[in-house]
Write a new protein. Structure first.
Length: 489
């Protein structure tokens, strides 16, 4: 009887804890019951039930994509299946997906005690990768539910959308209560954000065994600035497409929101703050300034692969509309400088599948009519390996940014590296292959991509989720193997 269920031989293992810039070791990886049991050279193959020849490829820890949006535009059950398949194409083995009440997603309000079990039921048994959810307290009642969500469902990360107060998901909005589906006598504003922080801090104090894993993430844009600038851009009329959208949501809107969020964290004593998808030099500069101002706050800074790969000119059409917007090339280069300087904690996809018929309005050239968001998990690891190594990024740094750092922050103690005792989440990458992004090649149900025609120089060939080979030789294989992950203790 075989003593090893899976043996992956002849791979060059990339580990986030290895010396920066060191050559990956040629090793074999043994797996039993979904867990890595040995990582060593020359492991015997004669006692292994399944042997996979790694062909000398790079073996990265599976990507922990800390920012996705399953079910935002499509049915959640459908999205769980299709977008987890697209995730596996990009080496993602764990998806952390944002969820909230209100319009989109399940398209209803009410308490999370009723809402979240429906989310779990809709996604159960359908995902090809492991997954967990971040939740957004939209109402006062949701704040009171935080301890229940932590203890009952292992939800340890929460979110604030700072611009939702008077600005809608896609642009101007005058129907806040209708969009958010909150009580008419409540407001989703700075005071609510403060109370969310205070509620989360109370939960940290009441549940000390979970405290280190409890964190709050913020989408940092300022509604009033964006509303005013949207009017200015449309009235002026000289800009169009993604450049117009970027100008309507200017970078200083991000910087101001980062500053406000950081002071509220200081005021409320909430130490674990994640600043999401920072898209500009001004946003990152504000985040770094706030860290110096409030050193007792453990800030983490996130950037998306979309903001690192595309700008307002190179993205393929207004399908690249996203919040915060894709920026000018100068901001893209600034983001890379901060990433390479070690001032960004993780890189994500912000994957939000939006089909063609949903994405574009009656006028396909009017960016203000288009919906916000697009998929991109398929290009997360290959994009960062390819473009990052060209710019001098070490492979160990790639593993830190895509796997170890988000796993540690979000309480995924068995994820993030290739080592004994960790889940056998592994992505094999060919770093020496040239290929061109085509939306038609994606497992996502999205029929377009802003990365259409982009030249890539690295590619994921195989993805293993707890030892289950879910992607091989360019195709999804097997049945859905993903599990819901309770987090915390």
């Amino acid at each position: 009887m075989a003593t090893t269920e899976l043996l992956i031989k002849n791979v060059r293992v990339v580990r986030p804890g290895d010396p920066d810039g060191s050559a990956p070791e040629a090793l074999d990886i043994a797996v039993n019951d979904g867990t890595i049991t040995r990582v060593a050279p020359g492991l015997p193959a004669d006692d292994a039930a399944t042997v996979v020849d790694g062909r000398g490829l790079l073996a990265f820890p599976g990507v922990v994509d800390a920012h996705q949006h399953w079910g935002i535009y499509n049915d959640l059950a459908t999205d769980t299946a299709t977008e987890s398949r697209a995730s596996a194409q990009g080496g993602v083995t764990t998806s952390l997906t944002y969820m909230r009440t209100g319009q989109y997603y399940l398209n209803r309000g009410g308490p999370y005690r009723d809402f979240f079990p429906e989310v779990l039921a809709a996604s159960e048994g359908r995902s090809y990768v492991d997954y967990a959810f971040h939740l957004a307290p939209m109402s006062a009642a949701h704040i009171e539910e935080i301890p229940y969500l932590v203890e009952e469902h292992g939800v340890t990360s929460f979110k604030i959308f700072m611009f939702y107060g008077t600005h809608g998901l896609h642009g101007r909005s005058t129907s806040q209560s209708e969009f958010l589906m909150i009580p008419e006598d409540e407001r989703y504003d700075l005071a609510h954000f403060e109370f969310v922080m205070r509620g989360l801090q109370r939960a940290r104090e009441a549940l000390p065994e979970y405290a280190d894993s409890l964190s709050l993430s913020l989408h940092c844009e300022t509604a009033e600035i964006m509303t005013a600038y949207t009017k200015m851009v449309e009235r002026d009329g000289s800009l169009s497409g993604l450049r117009a959208y970027s100008a309507s949501r200017p970078p200083h809107s991000e910087g101001l929101a980062v500053t406000i969020a950081s002071y509220l964290a200081h005021e409320t004593g909430l130490p674990n703050i994640n600043l999401l998808h920072l898209s500009s030099e001004k946003a990152l500069a504000a985040a770094i300034t706030m860290k110096a101002a409030f050193p007792h706050i453990d800030f983490r800074r996130e950037v998306t692969i979309g903001h690192l790969l595309a700008d307002v000119d190179t993205a393929h059409g207004i399908g690249g509309k996203v919040n915060p917007p894709l920026r000018e090339r100068e901001d893209v280069e600034a983001l890379w400088r901060h990433v390479l300087a070690g001032e960004v904690d993780w890189v994500v996809s912000d994957h939000a599948c939006c089909k063609d018929e949903m994405k574009f309005g009656a006028d396909r050239d009017d960016v203000f009519l288009a919906k916000s968001g697009f998929g991109g998990a398929e290009y997360l690891l290959p994009g960062l390996v390819g473009e990052g190594t060209k710019r001098g990024m070490s492979l160990q740094k790639v593993a830190q940014l895509t796997s170890w750092n988000p796993a540690q922050r979000y309480g995924l103690k068995r994820k993030g590296t290739i080592a004994e005792g960790y889940d056998a989440d592994i992505a094999l990458v060919d770093p020496d292959v040239n290929w061109t992004v085509r939306a038609a090649d994606s497992e996502s149900t999205q029929e377009y991509t802003p990365f259409e025609g982009f030249a890539m120089t690295a590619r994921v060939t195989d993805t293993f989720v707890r030892g289950n080979r879910v992607y091989a030789d360019g195709a999804i294989t097997g049945a859905p193997a993903g599990r819901y992950l309770r987090r915390g203790r």
